[in-house]
Design a protein around this ligand. Structure first.
Ligand code: SF4
Length: 336
């Protein structure tokens, strides 16, 4: 379901824009759909009130909790069942964030990612994305939403934009706390500046070498790291939010000093921060995680050269924490 269809349904039931806003706000807060101010002009039409119980059940079924897997770092992975039985992952992050999925599977095929292995299975509707946030709110507080779970948001951009506009318009989440993560696609840089709600941007860089990037992210749009950083910089200056560059550290592949020098060359003076994320080793894939102390030293080295750098864990490493691992394991155990 798309949010646009939901709003049309409400309208067909007699809802004026104020009624629509009231229902949407209640949904996002996890409240009964008719909750909110009851001033005379805000009394919901009878047809709408009668339809609300059914609608409420429908919205709850959009993203149902399959299982929850708390991790030692304070995060928790949720296996989320969609209405058609497909499953995606959401991650409750420490400090009131949630990372949500935008697709079942993914067509980018990053060679170090489980989600990319089966290709794209289906797109998520905007309502299914918002429903993951509503589900997360049944577990804990949510003040930040990151579109960085399964899928490449730029490959489902209409739905992702609709979800972001919904969360930023009817929800209580600050716009800079809505974060769209992408491998880089021109459409993102064309469309985001036109949005009412402008999200922050995370860009998956992973290497400063064009040819290596094409091997690591085989179906990402062909764009040099320089071009990606230039587009990112333009957006960061226009919105006032720094770009968060994502760098999955793969031992022996992109953790050498040549790459670190490349980062300094690309990001010096840019309105940006670099997140180094040591790879989370997966049995099925042939990549190694670099030593944590060595990764810390790389972070310190970059920092000394003026690149704002954070070394981050991939959330929930002790619970099949790599993107798509939980779903992959669940499908092995319970084939559809
Ligand atoms: Fe897709 Fe992200 Fe996995 Fe790459 S890392 S295959 S973009 S889900």
């Amino acid at each position: 379901m798309r949010i646009e269809e939901l709003l049309q349904r409400l309208q067909a039931l007699g809802a004026k824009p104020t009624h629509q806003a009231r229902v949407m706000r209640a949904w996002l807060q996890g409240q009964p759909l008719d909750s909110g101010p009851r001033a005379a002009e805000n009394v919901l039409p009878l047809a709408l009130r009668q339809a609300l119980p059914e609608l409420s059940a429908e919205l709850s079924a959009l993203a149902a909790l399959g299982s929850e897997h708390p991790a030692e770092d304070g995060s928790a992975r949720l296996l989320v069942r969609l209405t058609d039985g497909q499953m995606v992952e959401s991650v409750l992050l420490p400090r009131d964030g949630v990372c949500i999925s935008s697709q079942v599977g993914c067509a980018v095929g990053c060679v170090f990612c489980m989600t990319g292995r089966d290709g794209l299975l289906r797109q998520l509707g905007s309502a299914e994305m918002v429903a993951q946030v509503v589900l997360a709110r049944t577990r804990r507080k949510v003040r930040k939403v990151v579109f960085m779970g399964m899928g490449e948001p730029s490959h489902n951009l209409d739905n992702v934009i609709e979800a972001i506009e919904t969360l930023g318009t009817y929800g209580d989440i600050g716009h800079k706390n809505l974060v769209l993560s992408t491998v880089g696609d021109l459409r993102v840089f064309e469309r985001l500046p036109q949005m009412q709600v402008k999200p922050a941007l995370a860009l998956s860089l992973h290497t400063t070498k064009t040819e290596l990037r094409a091997r690591l992210l085989p179906k990402a749009p062909p764009m040099t790291p320089e071009a990606l950083v230039e587009l990112g910089e333009h957006y960061a200056r226009a919105t006032g939010y720094p770009i968060q560059y994502q760098w999955t550290l793969l031992k022996g592949i992109n953790d050498g000093m040549d790459e670190m020098e490349g980062i300094v060359r690309l990001l010096s003076g840019k309105f940006a921060m670099m997140n180094l994320i040591p790879y989370n080793t997966v049995e099925e894939l042939d990549f190694q995680r670099p030593d944590w102390e060595q990764a810390s030293e790389l972070g310190r080295w970059l920092h000394r050269r003026g690149i704002l750098t954070k070394l981050r864990h991939s959330a929930g490493q002790d619970v099949d924490g790599g993107c798509g691992q939980l779903r992959a394991r669940s499908i092995r155990l319970h084939p559809r």
